[in-house]
Write a protein that binds this ligand. Structure first.
Ligand code: PD2
Ligand code: ZN
Length: 289
């Protein structure tokens, strides 16, 4: 459950000042995972106590280093070598890129595990959303034309085992991970170039970072072979990864100094033939409880 920290208070007070209604702010907080009672109480407090609101603004934290300074590539947590023992499975390393930090893998999931995730998700699919930069709400937009299903972390033993494997592969604690998300792209569907981190300059980011802090890395798992198209592309370094069932691509965009790597810009290319199923694991800098 997210907490009302200084970043959330700052986000709230700036939106109160700009004339957002209490209902919109409560909805944005509930979308970000806050309990509705807590959201209502916090929003009411922001409206009622001008003093508290201005104090929150003065406290603005946001330690993210977005200065023009160069991103420092400290070692990525993923283990070295061509074969990585990830909890219960040997995973093959296919490719590593240092700037930005990208690692492509084969054999992260078995065919049966991929099929199970697709079968479970098909009836649950809803049109995907992205984070609104102004108010933090989840919006349907043309940039992201997939459909998705979310799973709570540790929801059952099958998911728990996959999460332990992914955590071991990413070398990042299970409890810093968001729940898994499965996405389906039909012909023509795509996810245009974007960052997975919450841009600190956007007001909508603070509310998401209230729970677990910034995103630091992503693992995209491919659940099927795609007949044509659907590559995950990184335009700043000219790399693209073709979807292969059971494979995955890892990329990291926040270092230990909390700088964010703009070279991690990436997208999902349009599917040209067939369909594309992926599963995404995003991990945070802190506990995502
Ligand atoms: O579908 C993809 O390949 C893809 C690419 C980039 C998915 C995401 N990002 C994402 O879900 O963040
Ligand atoms: Zn992404």
């Amino acid at each position: 459950m997210p907490v009302v920290n200084d970043a959330v208070k700052t986000w709230l007070s700036s939106h109160v000042e700009r004339g957002f209604s209490p209902a919109v702010l409560v909805d944005a907080m509930v979308d970000a995972g806050f309990e509705s009672e807590l959201a209502r109480a916090t929003v009411n407090a922001s409206f009622n106590t001008a003093e508290a609101a201005s104090a929150a603004v003065a406290d603005a934290p946001c330690g993210i280093d977005t200065a023009a300074g160069e991103y420092h590539y400290d070692p990525a947590p993923v283990a070295a070598g061509n074969l990585i023992r990830a909890y219960d499975r040997d995973v093959k390393v296919l490719m590593r890129c240092e700037r930005p930090q990208i690692v492509a893998f084969a054999d992260v999931m078995s065919d049966a595990e991929c099929d199970e995730m697709i079968d479970r998700s098909r009836p649950l699919l809803k049109r995907s959303t992205t984070v609104n930069p102004q108010n933090g709400s989840h919006d349907v937009i043309a940039n992201r034309t997939s459909e998705g299903a979310w799973y709570h972390r540790g929801a059952d033993p099958f998911l728990e085992r996959l999460e332990k494997r992914f955590a071991s592969l990413m070398n990042w604690p299970v409890d810093h991970g968001e729940g898994l998300q499965v996405l389906r792209y039909g012909v023509g569907a795509e996810y245009r170039a974007h960052f997975d981190y919450f841009p600190p300059s956007q007001t909508g980011s603070a509310v998401h970072m209230g729970r677990g802090g910034q995103r630091v890395a992503t693992l995209v798992l491919y659940l099927n072979d795609v007949a044509a198209g659907g590559e995950t592309f990184f335009p700043e370094c000219g790399v693209s990864v073709a979807p292969r069932r059971g494979g995955a691509v890892y990329f990291r965009y926040m270092n230990e100094k909390r700088q964010l790597d703009s070279l991690s810009l990436h997208g999902g290319a349009p599917v040209l033939e067939g369909e594309k199923w992926i599963m995404t694991k995003w991990v945070r800098e802190g506990l995502f409880a």
